[in-house]
Design a protein around this ligand. Sequence first.
Ligand SMILES: N[C@@H](CCC(=O)N[C@@H](CS)C(=O)NCC(=O)O)C(=O)O
Length: 208
Amino acid sequence: MAAPMKLHWSPRSPYVRKVMIVAHELGLADRLRTVRTVVGGTAPHLELMRDNPLGKIPTLVLDDGRILYDSPVICEYLDTLHDGEKLFPAWPERLTAMRRLALGDGMLDIGLAWLGERFRPPERQSQPHMALWQAKTLCCVDALEQEAAALAADRFSIGHIAIGIALAYLDFRFAELHWRAGHPRLADWHASFDARPSVQANPPVDDR
Ligand SMILES: N[C@@H](CCC(=O)N[C@@H](CS)C(=O)NCC(=O)O)C(=O)O
């Protein structure tokens, strides 16, 4: 039987969700032993930092003690553990898949910074930064609307997963943006993404 792997995990983290959806898509979910790891705030998580000095999740600990982070690295490693169709395609398809992965992850990076700012006392929040993050987020959604037909036509890849999760994160944390308005093709594509069993099996949950 294949060895289990320990995953520092949270149902709130969209990066962790990416790893879980990849594992599910590849039939590897039962290899992951998830450990609820609470990050955020200002207190260093010393136990996590022994595995990952950045103190971030997801972090994957293999049975031989090797440690992997961050989420793209973990996802690409999982993609080596099976013989089926790869989520990280070969060139030239890889170029588009990796750009989409960067776009989805970049949207998450913006969203997390924005969310963190919103948790600060109102008088210490930077309105110019929040306006910038909103403008960038909406620009990403506009660009994705232009790409929606290609997303629907291309073979499913890590890029689709990253973008699907980034849009779902907008629903989870920034529902007031109503990103579907004016983006009908992207909304349709996202509905098909959201219907996948791997996505349904790993919903975002704010358990705090
Ligand atoms: N680029 C990283 C980002 C991971 C990340 O920022 N995770 C958040 C949770 S959603 C985290 O661990 N935050 C704690 C911290 O930054 O101290 C990845 O793709 O794994």
